[in-house]
Design a protein around this ligand. Structure first.
Ligand code: ATP
Length: 908
């Protein structure tokens, strides 16, 4: 095992046959990938299939069924017992299969949200999935990155890393490239970046020395990487609900059994036969009452929903988010890149009283500097020269020349890309930059809103360029550059600059200021508060960042759906308001609050203001926390976006933390519940819509399954009260519940959205699963269904010399058919099936078709021996056709009445 921290960098590059400037070559990459495998930590041992199978039997409802099979054996119904067990095993296998499928879907989603690394390969900077890193790769580290492997640092700019996951030390440690002379414990190896630790500040470059299980973190634990296995509140609710139904079923069984026995005792007819038949009735009731398919269907529907959302660029990391999305009342969104395109172009420059319009498009470095519409020779503009030099030097982006498929593009921050472009338009080419090597820097951070770089000038002086938010930078400038001469800044100068800033901001321009300061040499202590002081102000640059065209529509959709979009941005209040107005988020200044005001307000005051404010500008990450706190206290359900390293706590605090896929850092992606892979606000709104659809669909199949179960219980119960033989055998009920019901239920789970889904206010998170209307509909449907089945049973008996097998066949077929038809009614709580179109859900047609086929199999095929059914003839079929639609018609009439009463308008 090599002590990488004690080896000089040259030896490491020789040993690992790599090059700091160019990284590895493709041939070498292929070879090494074979040799080292993926850069991954071994996953926790997964549950074996057998374990999963056994776990299925821990379910309370399944246990009741097993008990039922034991009782069947005791009373001599051996076939029944076998069939019950076979069906339970089938159900468990299906459960395992579905669980494995859901797990696979989750794993695929996890891969989509896996981190990637900025790597230099064959001289190019490329983003590659971190699992593909190999020893010898050269990677760039920036604030917000998880360090992807163990890395020997070769260059740093104030690189600070938080290593708590490895050393337990929560304060960030400073890293450098200096070779250690002596061995040192992990916490003191300041030239190594360890896998899974977090870059909290600055930048760095390093060589991957070990990957995967060979890394320090890999050595100490086969850890993390396990799937997030949180049950959603709904799943928990349903579990409780299932238990309740099971318990209720058992209680009814017990009562029915005891009442039956007592009656027998009272009338003197108590014998073995009576006990046997009472036990049969009880088992049937238990089987009828338990909605066995419910948990499985919920899991599948959630997993499928997540897959659908991923296709629409919303990667849900945590299951509970699918549900919470449906209740979201507020979306707090970043501006830059989410509501806007993050395609910056500098269009205006001001230097004191002078101002220039800049022409040109995108990042193409061609355009003119116009003064009052006339092209100006910029060679004579000394101040402009220095401004553009500062803009180009205090910059980490790179301009990329056009390829066949793309125009001019940039690598890095679009704000900096725009600055590079305008510098190039002014003749500040790359060659010129190499004259002024960067010798130190203080990186940008969103709390300070400034960035500084130090450069050696040709006169051996050191110059520091600072760029940043004008209002902040201006406060720290004591001088101003006018016509090439620096002089003390006057009140009037400051006034002019502020007006310039205000003016550009109100035109929705993002404004950056540039200043400089001269030093004899780079100060030892690069403390921003002492260095970004006493600067000389040069000028302002204003850039457009057009709103995303689809964001406007998405904002409207939010408003109609009772969701309030709030813009939270680090940008100037003027810029923020101008864009918010354009998008329809705000209409006037009263709706804007600046970060410093958030600090000033008391908790109660803030709580009050967040009711009206829709734009928060110049906010710091801490402000975001206070804003969420206030919104949460007001009872709002908040979705919040974030991208920077400091946004993670706010994302955790929101009900739904949303990270940006493109601009987001690893840390925010890790903290988020959902990742929006195209950074687009409209995607968030689509995800909310999907969340609503999924929840509505879950309600639909719960409605369907419950009314089916309730009708079965009623059939048995009423038959018993009336002193009739039981119309349905336990195995018939089990077959219906586990097999013929399951397919339509699943299809309901993937029903298309109802037309009004985004025209109603968000669902209250504590809203009961089933509304009053739904409960009424369940009651009507199950009562009518039970009555229809009982009528069919009696009809069968009467027309066939009281042959019980025929009567039961009538009950069995009528029940299955009417349930299949009722599935169509369950498609909407509000809309009539005729309005939705009978066959507009293909999956339901397929599910219904499959159930129908299974029904035919169980009466015409060999299965009829097990189900003890009799093959029906044409007259019987005709009777079924008459009986089966009755419950559907009753439900539709009930729906009609409930909806007319509610809306008091015509039926939708
Ligand atoms: P949002 O929060 O909507 O994404 P934002 O991107 O404007 O907004 P920050 O990135 O925190 O938020 O930027 C805040 C301010 O800092 C900007 O308005 C700008 O004035 C300044 N700024 C942004 N990027 C840089 C940079 N690379 N160098 C110097 N200053 C910058």
């Amino acid at each position: 095992m090599k002590s990488w921290h004690q080896l000089p960098i040259e030896q490491i590059t020789t040993d690992l046959r790599t090059d700091i400037q160019n990284g590895l070559l493709p041939e070498e990459v292929t070879l090494r990938q074979k040799q080292y495998g993926f850069n991954e930590l071994a996953e926790k041992d997964k549950e074996s299939l057998f374990r999963k199978f056994i776990n299925q039997f821990k379910d309370f409802l399944v246990l009741i069924l097993l008990a039922a099979s034991v009782i069947s054996v005791l009373i001599g119904e051996i076939t029944d017992a076998f069939v019950i067990i076979a069906i339970v095993i089938l159900n468990a296998s299906l459960g395992v299969f579905q669980e494995a499928k859901a797990e696979k879907a989750l794993e695929a989603l996890k891969r989509m949200s896996a981190p990637s690394s900025k790597t230099i390969r064959a001289g190019n900077l490329v983003m590659i999935p971190s699992r593909e890193l190999i020893p010898g790769d050269v990677v760039i580290l920036e604030a917000g990155d998880y360090i992807p492997a163990d890395i020997r640092i070769v260059e740093t700019a104030n690189l600070k890393v938080e290593e708590a996951s490895l050393t337990g030390e929560s304060a960030a440690v400073e890293k450098d490239h200096i070779t250690l002379e002596k061995d040192a414990p992990l916490g003191d190896r300041h030239n190594i970046g360890f896998m899974s630790t977090i870059v909290t500040y600055g930048r760095g470059k390093g060589i991957v020395v070990t990957t995967g299980m060979e890394t320090e973190i890999g050595k100490i634990a086969a850890m993390i990487q396990s799937l997030e296995e949180d049950s959603t509140p709904l799943q928990k609710k349903l579990k409780g609900f299932g238990k309740l139904l099971g318990g209720l079923g058992l209680a009814i069984c017990a009562v029915v059994f005891l009442v039956g026995i007592y009656n027998g005792y009272r009338t003197g007819s108590l014998d073995f036969q009576l006990v046997q038949s009472m036990l049969m009735i009880s088992i049937s009731l238990a089987v009828a009452a338990i909605p066995e398919g419910l948990p499985t269907v919920v899991t599948i529907v959630l997993a499928l929903g997540m897959q659908r959302m991923a296709k629409k660029n919303a990667i849900v990391k945590k299951l509970h988010a699918v549900e919470t999305l449906g209740s979201t009342t507020i979306i707090c969104s970043d501006k830059t890149g989410t509501l806007t395109q993050n395609q910056m172009t500098v269009v205006k420059v001001t230097l004191g009283k002078k101002s220039f319009e800049i022409t040109g498009e995108g990042y193409k470095p061609e355009g003119d500097f116009l003064v009052e519409g006339t092209k100006t020779g910029i060679d004579t503009e000394k101040d402009l020269d220095l401004l553009l030099l500062g803009a180009a030097l205090c910059n980490d982006a790179q301009l990329k020349e056009p390829s066949d498929t793309q125009n001019w593009t940039i690598i890095g921050d679009p704000t900096e890309g725009a600055l590079l472009t305008v510098a190039a338009k002014g003749g500040k080419s790359k060659e010129q930059f190499s004259l002024y090597t960067r010798i130190a820097e203080i990186p940008f951070d969103s709390a300070r809103k400034m960035m500084t770089t130090f450069h050696k000038m040709t006169n051996h002086q050191t110059i520091a360029f600072t760029k940043g938010a004008p209002d902040i930078l201006l406060r720290n400038c004591t001088n101003i550059l006018i016509d090439g001469i620096a002089r003390p800044m006057t009140e009037e100068d400051s006034q002019i600059i502020q007006e310039g800033n205000q003016n550009m901001s109100s035109q929705a321009l993002r404004v950056l200021a540039i200043a400089y300061r001269e030093f004899d040499q780079v100060p030892d202590n690069l403390n921003p508060s002492s260095i970004e002081q006493e600067m000389t102000f040069i000028g302002l640059l204003g850039m457009i960042d057009p709103a995303r065209p689809e964001a406007k529509e998405a904002v409207n959709l939010c408003l109609s759906a009772g969701i309030r979009p709030i813009m939270i941005t680090g940008d100037h209040p003027g810029t923020a308001l101008a864009i918010a107005k354009d998008l329809g988020i705000a209409t006037n200044e009263q709706q804007v609050l600046a970060g410093q005001d958030v600090n000033r307000l008391s908790k109660e005051q803030l709580q009050k203001s967040v009711k009206d404010v829709t734009v928060f500008a110049r906010v710091s990450p801490e402000n975001k926390m206070s804003i969420i706190d206030a919104l949460r206290t007001n009872g709002e359900i908040v979705a919040m976006t974030g991208d920077g390293v400091n946004d993670a706590p706010a994302l955790k605090k929101a009900h739904i933390g949303i990270a940006m896929g493109i601009t987001g850092t690893d840390v925010t992606k890790e903290a988020a519940d959902m990742i929006v892979s195209d950074d687009n606000f409209a995607t968030i709104v689509t995800a909310i819509e999907e969340g609503r659809v999924i929840f509505a669909n879950i309600k639909k199949f719960i409605f369907f399954l419950l009314s089916c179960n309730a009708s079965e219980v009623l059939v048995i119960f009423l038959a018993m009260l009336l002193g009739w033989p039981i119309p349905l055998l336990p195995i018939q009920l089990l077959w219906i519940n586990l097999v013929t019901d399951a397919f339509p239920a699943l299809a309901l789970g993937i029903e298309k959205k109802e037309p009004n889904i985004m025209e109603t206010p968000p669902r209250a998170p504590d809203e009961p699963l089933l509304s009053k209307n739904m409960l009424t509909m369940i009651a009507v449907q199950s009562i009518v269904m039970a009555a229809t089945v009982l009528a069919a049973f009696q009809y069968g008996l009467h027309t066939h010399n009281n042959d019980l097998a025929v009567g039961r066949t009538f009950a069995f077929v009528t029940l299955i058919l009417s349930q299949i038809i009722c599935a169509y009614s369950a498609r909407s709580e509000h809309y009539s099936t005729f309005k939705l179109g009978f066959f507009s859900n293909t999956y339901l047609n397929l599910g219904a078709g499959l159930s129908f086929l299974l029904l035919l199999l169980s009466i015409y095929g060999p299965l009829h021996l097990i189900f003890k059914t009799i093959e029906p003839g044409t007259t019987e079929l005709f009777a079924f056709i008459l009986f089966a639609p009755i419950p559907f018609i009753a439900t539709e009439i009930c729906k009609f009445i409930l909806n007319t009463r509610k809306t008091n308008t015509s039926f939708k």
